[in-house]
Write a protein that binds this ligand. Structure first.
Ligand SMILES: *[C@@H]1O[C@H](CO)[C@@H](O)[C@H](O)[C@H]1NC(C)=O
Ligand SMILES: *[C@@H]1O[C@H](CO)[C@@H](O)[C@H](O)[C@H]1NC(C)=O
Length: 451
């Protein structure tokens, strides 16, 4: 029998929380269309796979389900971080089991692991299988550097506190406030499964055959230069939101955000959204709402419906009656950010939001909540100069007022700087751009199948 043309088999391990699976499926689709004869098996929890693959399917990507760590049919109650800590202890065994199933189904041995960098144990698996380990970092270069240099950072930190600003703590980053590092690096619960995983990832990352990141190298040239000297094929291939433009069925704008924006005369509308997983505490929502009313800022606010009850009395009625604001449960974020009416993005500074804001050239007001968000906010304010971290880190009426006034009227600096970053981002993903070239190198590693 002629040998099957589909002889390469790539395993993609999704980190099944927040927006990670969809960002990894984007990467898988991009690879799958660059290497149409390769079979991709996509390992993810059943619930997440159902949602992802209901929207679209792709010929050479096969979904495989792995357990979320809950006993059968149990419904999870707890925080998102609890869910992660429940999933992690069994993850390696589950993924190994599912890989055997996929190999049996397809009749093809796995020839490359393209996994979320979090799954550091894939380094051991790839070594056993004698295939490349591609460790994908779906966030910014800055947070990856913090995890890669965790041991060095812990050595240098000594007895310093969260408010201390330290120079040359991370190679390629002139100064950083200690409290803005991801909490798993110095101050949080360093023994949680999540923190341990990140630490092991940092220690093992140099074993990867390639480390692609969802960022463009012109954004942080110094960090990129340093990590390139430490990692194999450290490849900036993003921002992915500017790439996967093949028309996937866009969620319709069911709450008419765009037509509402079309009708705004101002170009200083604030778009507010803290992502899908977390919301600031009720007291802060009140303070922000009051600041919006007092500054007469026109705004579009995307927030889960169950949060509406926390708004000040009469707020929703007033802003809808006087046309100052629109509150919706969901907004088509990229289209909103690219609308001319938008003047500022009030965000939790999660990486996808930051990348989308840069790609659209919209300055940010940051209210970071967890993970890499604090470090992203530091970069936004202090390194890139394209926005502000809310003073004191939480919304008070006073701090929110100041931030809105500063970004919407007085200071043109952040808007100009983000416009030039926007330009660099678009250039990076153009046909001859750095991210496009780096992606070609990544495809070579993935299809070479040799470690
Ligand atoms: C990978 O991580 C493990 C667990 O932290 C560690 O023992 C090992 O030394 C690391 N490997 C390398 C090459 O650093
Ligand atoms: C990157 O930083 C490390 C740690 O400080 C240093 O040893 C190394 O020389 C740096 N590499 C480059 C190319 O600057």
């Amino acid at each position: 029998m002629a040998s099957n043309i589909r002889e390469k088999h790539v395993a993609v391990f999704a980190f099944p929380f927040a927006s990670h699976p969809s960002s990894q499926l984007k990467l898988a689709r991009r690879l799958a269309s660059a290497a149409p004869t390769v079979v991709f098996s996509f390992f993810n929890t059943a619930k997440s796979n159902r949602a992802l693959f209901a929207e679209l399917s792709c010929d050479n990507i096969l979904p495989y389900d792995v357990s979320d760590g809950l006993p059968n049919n149990d419904v999870f109650v707890g925080s998102p971080l609890d869910a992660i800590n429940l999933y992690l202890p069994g993850a390696e065994e589950e993924l190994r089991r599912a890989v055997r199933v996929a190999e049996k189904d397809t009749g093809l041995k796995i020839t490359c692991l393209v996994v979320h960098a979090f799954f550091w144990f894939a380094a051991d698996m790839a070594e056993e299988m004698n295939i490349p380990w591609v460790a994908y970092w779906s966030a910014g270069t800055c947070s990856l550097a913090a995890h890669f240099y965790t041991d060095l950072i812990r050595q240098k930190t000594g007895s310093k506190g969260p408010d201390d600003e330290i120079t040359d703590l991370i190679p390629g980053l002139k100064v950083v406030r200690l409290g803005d590092l991801p909490s798993e690096v110095v101050f949080g619960d360093l023994q949680s499964p999540f923190a341990i995983m990140l630490h092991k990832m940092g220690r093992n990352l140099s074993r990867a055959s390639a480390v692609p990141v969802n960022c463009f190298q012109e954004l942080d040239p110094d960090l990129a230069k340093n990590l390139s000297s430490k990692l194999n094929n450290f490849l900036h291939i993003g921002p992915s939101n500017l790439i996967s433009k093949e028309k996937t069925p866009l969620k319709v704008d069911e709450f008419s955000c765009i037509s509402w924006l079309d009708n705004q005369k101002t170009r200083a509308v604030a778009y507010i959204c803290f992502g899908s997983a977390f919301t600031p505490p009720p007291r802060e929502l009140v303070e922000l709402a009051q600041a919006l009313e007092e500054t007469k800022t026109t705004f579009l606010w995307a927030i889960r419906k169950d949060s509406n009850k926390h708004f000040p009395e009469g707020f929703l009625e007033r802003v809808s009656a006087n046309g100052m604001g629109k509150v919706v449960p969901w907004a088509p974020q990229e289209e909103v950010l690219n609308h001319v009416a938008i003047g500022v993005f009030v965000t939790h500074s999660g990486w996808n939001s930051v990348a989308e804001s840069i790609a659209a050239g919209v300055p940010m007001i940051c209210r970071p909540i967890l993970g890499d968000q604090h470090l992203n906010a530091w970069m936004i304010e202090r390194v890139w100069g394209i926005g502000l971290r809310i003073e004191g880190g939480i919304f008070t009426k006073h701090a929110a007022r100041r931030a809105l006034e500063q970004l919407l009227s007085s200071s043109k600096g952040p808007a100009e700087r983000i416009e030039s970053l926007k330009h660099l981002a678009h250039k990076a993903v153009a046909p001859s751009g750095t991210s496009t070239q780096n992606f070609k190198s990544l495809v070579e590693v993935v299809i070479s199948g040799s470690a």
